[in-house]
Design a protein. Sequence first.
Lengths: 225, 805
Amino acid sequence: MGAFHSVPDDHQYRILSEKTGFSLEQTEILHNRFKQLSHNSDVLRRDDLNTIPDLACNPIRSQIVEAFFDRRNFQKDGNGPVQEIGFEEFLIVMSYFRPPSVHMTEEQREELRRAKLRCKNASTILKVLFNMHDTDNDGTITLEEYRHVVEELLSRSGSLGKETAKGIADAAMLEVASMSMGRMGPDEFYAGITFEHFLKILKGIEIETRMHIRFLNMDTTLLCK
Amino acid sequence: MPCPRRTTRGSEAAGLGLQLQQRRSGTVSVSVSVSVLVVSVAVLGCCLLPLGAASSPSHNRDTSENHQKSGHGGTQPTNHTKKPFPVLSFDYKHVKQPFEIFLWVLLASLMKLGFHMMPRLSSIVPESCLLIVVGLLVGGIISLVGEKPPVLDSHVFFLYLLPPIILDAGYFLPIRPFTENIGTILIFAVVGTLWNAFFIGGVLYGVCQIEGTNLHTVTLLPCLLFGSIISAVDPVAVLAVFEEIHINELLHILVFGESLLNDAVTVVLYHLFEEYAGVGTVTVIDVFLGIVSFLVVSLGGVMVGAIYGVLAAFTSRFTAHARVIEPLFVFVYSYMAYLSAEVFHLSGIMALIACGAIMRPYVEANISHKSHTTIKYFLKMSSSVSETLIFIFLGVSTVAGSHRWNWTFVVVTIILCMVARVLGVIGLTHVINKFRIVKLTTKDQFIIAYGGLRGAIAFSLGFLLDSNRFPMRDMFLTAIITVIFFTVFVQGMTIRPLVDLLAVKKKQETKRSINEEIHTQFLDHLLTGIEDICGHYGHHHWKDKLNRFNKKYVKKCLIVGERSKEPQLIAFYHKMEMKQAIELVESGGGVKLPSAMPSTVSMQNIQPKKTPSERALPQISKSREEEIRKILRTNLQKTRQRLQSYNRHTLMADPYEDGWNEILIKKKKMIEFEKRISQMNNYLTVPAPPPDSPTIARARLASDPQAWSIKPAADAGTIPSIKVDLASPQTPDSVSMVDEFGKPASRVPREPEDEEEGLMMRPPLGEKGEKEEQEEGKEQQRLLRCLSDPGPAVAEEEEDEPFLP
């Protein structure tokens, strides 16, 4: 599965393009990038992504890289990390960040925004985000995991960040707990953020409309390091 | 001290009478005209004059102080004339100008006050409409009395009334949505305004050429000039209407941003056409120069604003020792930016926006919390007063101005304005949507088109026209006013029902939560990362670069001390923490100490079982909490009393700020303290305690996390104090704490399940616990939770009593 030869033919591109929603050009560009990253091999390893210079100063680099090697994100059954991914997996993960297709009428778009975006896009995209936090795949983001997220987020800001990260995560967790549970007895224990609660807390920032990047139809990979 | 200006005292007294009278009349009847006021005031002043003269020598009603003053005055040696000294005199001219100005301000503010007392009316009609009506009424009354009502002077408008509104808008500009939509906004503001101006001007010229309209004298260039004046969406009107309908952030920023940024286009077009209207011909070079001029005007304005903004930020670095004048720098630098831009006919509005938006993040990091509040309130207050005045004066000027009503011209103008706006928005959105990730729907387009309100800027620009060069000025003004009234009244009043009808998404009123902040940040980094992996430099990439540059260099220069290194998330957290601390100190009721979350969920509910040691916040029993709060409050009051000696230059020892700092310090200490407790805890639980000891251990343990010792007598001198007792938990100190508080609220309630958990303290750690929780650490945590828990209610404490050893 997904083991591509270095020069895939048009047919394969088309299958992938239909599957992921990317245009043929975009698929080709991404494939070029894939080859560039994997040094012309068929599979991509963690190290290939870790060594992207632009990514070096990204505080959540490890989580981003991990998202590409997470079986939960491949639209297949199974979970747990994998060691290497093929182009198909790469493309599938990328497709979560694809903006909804341009070629449709207003009404369709409106409908899509309501129906599809709400259930399909919003939940899959948020699911990816959720999976990035939920490292042990138990369906909840525990305080420990949340602290880890915040710590990573602040990892570029020196010692100051480390001290505060805990406080921030605690405050955030407290907020989630009070938002989703209301009153809690002193003995009850809030195990962690479930996916429903996760959707609830992020409703305010309309993440599904923001979590997109523009995929170019033009090959600019040569410009990048 | 003898007063050097002898005559003023009389007018002061008269002024008092005037003010009284004016206030009285202001409250009694809302629509009292100013001239009536002035006349009645003058009459009253005259009446007061003999009265005051009579009463002053008799000392009947005067205070002793007043008496002393007049005594001094009598013995003044410089008084050469033999005339009896005028105890009270009348000199209205002396104060006329500021007096009238403030009378207007007062009228405007009272009007605003009045509207908010009538919630039913203000829910139907926007405030701007009501204010215009009031202006019309006042203008009518003034002209009925026979005075000439004042006209909204363009000079006053552009120099004094407009800047506060724009500064308020710029300073509180929601940067994120603005920058995310900057492309759309710019296209609407530049291309849209150009299209509007040329379409309206061109078609209007065509209409004017039709036989029978009596408009043959109007040539093409004046038509275009008129088009450029009337085409600009007005920020004041947009703000006034959109703030009331609470539309979603995207639409708000699109319309409002357009109204701000079209200023440069309007300025250039206005000057261009005004310049060439006399000449009559425009060459290609002129068009080219116009384009260059547009770039210079807009970018120049932004540059000027940016320079002043950076200067303001830099200045605020050094204001730590003169907190009182901190807010002043914000206002003065911004106003200087506006004036400097106006000197070169650059876009003053853009300068103000740039200045406010650039200085804000840095200034806010530097100044004190109080100064921030001051800035916020002052900006809101001044902009609100300006806005009110502008609308009232629009009404008054309508009555005052000379009008030439031409049905064809006015009706055609209104229709053209609407058609041009709708066509422009639809056409431009069609193009823009090709590039936008979040597309603009039909509804969005409708609201954007419908929200294109015209306002006082158009009027002032029209007013500035020279009637010698433009004989049709009166007709233009009439048409402009009609369009303004049409948009403000018809569109402004119907937009709210339409928004409801179309179910356009409204703005969420909730405050930004820390989770949202975390995820916004997370998302930024995530998208940047994905872009980097994809290998193209998109907008996230550049934003990230800019952020990094900002953090690395700019913040270091402009922000003093530690805060420059503070990442956004931490800053947000601190802000939130501070808000809670202040709420805590201020309210004293209903807020949970110390987490201050408005909920009953507390730290213990979310604590992972593994790490019982790292509880950030201690739990305090209800009664103890009340006690602490009481002491806090009394201390605060004492501090306030002590602070009453007024110092003009400093606002030292700010009780809230210090209070909150202290709370933070306390909190840090508490965390350290918690760690120590946890170490102790491990020690306590590992060796097997004797079977009957749990209660003692529990009592000791329970009191520890809350070892807040309160020293009312000793600490009476200091600021609100919660003293954290850092004494080792094992010392008798902590035990005595329990005694001190006679009835330890923290004792564990003896309810059956609690009893069970209490028993788990025993070394064998029964199987019962095992089946619930697998790890020992979890049990510990649960134990600690149970132990440190204050217990559900006070009533249950009573029940505990017999169980105590």
